[in-house]
Design a protein around this ligand. Structure first.
Ligand code: FES
Length: 113
């Protein structure tokens, strides 16, 4: 099932140029599309840097959600990573990770309306 999240994807790398020493370049698979990330980034930041602001939609209302607290408290960044629901702001990227929308795989376990 294809994700219903509006990704605002732009194919533009929004990372600061030259100002930050980054980890090794890795590739992640997001809703079937290959994206570039760097070791040391969390999944939510890697997606934000690739232009994706919406991470999931709520189960009941279909409303888009993105990174909000960025400290693991709100669960707004919940996504499915390698078949497990995780807070993407707390999950470091790994080469070959498969990432998708929660609504595309199961019901919304975060209980958000
Ligand atoms: S953005 Fe709040 S838990 Fe990830």
């Amino acid at each position: 099932m294809e994700s219903t999240v509006d990704t605002y994807h732009s194919n533009v790398d929004r990372r600061l140029a030259g100002a930050v020493e980054r980890g090794q370049r890795v590739q992640i698979l997001v809703d079937g599309c290959v994206e570039t990330a760097f070791e040391g980034e969390c999944v939510a930041v890697a997606l934000l840097a690739s232009g994706r602001r919406g991470l999931r939609v709520t189960a009941r209302r279909g409303e888009p959600r993105g990174m909000y607290c960025a400290i693991g408290v709100c669960f707004e960044c919940l996504m499915v990573v390698d078949d497990r629901q995780v807070r993407t702001c707390q999950t470091p990227v790994r080469d070959g990770m498969r990432i998708g929308d929660v609504a595309a795989s199961t019901s919304d376990s975060a209980g958000t309306p």
